[in-house]
Design a binder for this molecule. Sequence first.
Ligand code: 5CA
Ligand code: ZN
Length: 418
Amino acid sequence: MKTWTSVPVPTVPLEPRGGPLTVHDTSTGARVRTRPQAGTARLYVCGITPYDATHMGHAATYVTFDLLQRVWRDAGLAVRYVQNVTDVDEPLLERAARDGVDWQELAADQIALFHTDMESLRVLAPDHYVGAIEGIPDDVEAVESLIGQGTAYPVPVPEDESTVEGAARVDHYLDLATQPTFGAVSGWSRAQMMDVFAERGGDPERVGKRDPLDPLLWRAGREGEPHWPGGSLGRGRPGWHIECSTIAAHYLGPDFDVQGGGTDLIFPHHEMSAVEGAALHGGARFAQAYVHQAMVGFEGEKMSKSRGNLVVVSLLREAGVDPMAVRLALLAQHYRTEWEWTGELLVRAEERLRVWRAAAGAVASRAGADVPSEDEVGTVTRVRKHLAGDLDAPRAMADVDVWAAAVLGGGPAPAPVL
Ligand code: 5CA
Ligand code: ZN
């Protein structure tokens, strides 16, 4: 699928160079050093389900992983970045049905809006932006191979549900009992898993499953639902998690460097996509590290499309807010700390942006601006150190504040140079 357009990335040729990057890995609960092989870091970040506009929670997630890839690049690495878009799944179909619109049109509109939002926030585009639908042939092959191994099994479609022509009368599930690595990503107890499984797209009540937590791999095509050719599985569509297992494996291979997303994806999504990936690749590790953005809230609750308590990037832009102020407001919060969006945070970010631009303008107009001062070299070094230590953007930004204040002589900031 077409991706969006990246802004050019400037290089900062000051020594010492940045990195190596350490991140908090959910699967071990520890800070780990990323160790990309052969000079290329491999990053997979779970993309949107395109049924509503990009809100501050999504934006925080994609800006966080944008920062992560920029830290890698600043350390001299190339980055191969893959992102999916869940362009067919229950929430999208349900929203389209609720609003009486075509689900494909809804998805296409929301994907286009997301791309505009990412461009406005200067989030670098993935090298491969892949729709779940595009990945279906890989999913079919994967599920067939799991069936061949004896790790996937059929569950009869309930008698009162009619299936389309060419569909089998069974769905397929992964048999978690065959997977020794299940649980390794989240480290959660079964009780914790059962607590959220149903509300996060799982079907623990489905009759005929061996374990209520077994994830759906392939759903036989039902009347009134979209369906695609499924080889020996019959017509149907893939379950959610297999989409990310196969897209990541296809474009990055097993054991890639970082799997990213929000903390709401730790279980079941990242647990299941990792276990399905391991099942497909002889038990190989899916990713080296699992990095999760804490939930952004609004007015006391997690900001979410399903709850509808949204502050939306595109509406702020329409209201004349500078997207760089939005980016600063997001980066002012550490990615592992839950926080709530407020108008006050945006006002503070706008002021900070004004000061930084004024300082940058003052430096640019100085004689010999191309030779950095000692203070500038020191600031860059400190910024790099904070970012390499689990992406501590708030502390890095505090260093830039100190630099800006020094440039502007501690007095009130003059109007920015435009
Ligand atoms: N398509 C799936 C992933 S394969 C999905 O979760 N889509 S989503 O549109 O619901 O979310 C897109 C990304 O934004 C995910 O990484 C999700 O974890 C993150 N996200 C959603 N809500 C929030 C929030 N309130 N705060 C921070 N991140 C969020
Ligand atoms: Zn995903």
